[in-house]
Ligand binder design. Sequence first.
Ligand SMILES: [Zn+2]
Length: 55
Amino acid sequence: MVKDPVCGMTIEESKAAATEEYQGATLYFCSDSCHSKFQANPAQYVPVETTKDPG
Ligand SMILES: [Zn+2]
């Protein structure tokens, strides 16, 4: 099971409506709508850990 980064819904990889390769990872989306939202602004939906150092 994987999590749709846009809506937060948990889905099965095999049932994902769309997938996207992003920063070396494969992301799964419950619908084309979520996929489109992600493509419009991917940084908004993916937690970026490389630029932060919580110390
Ligand atoms: Zn979704």
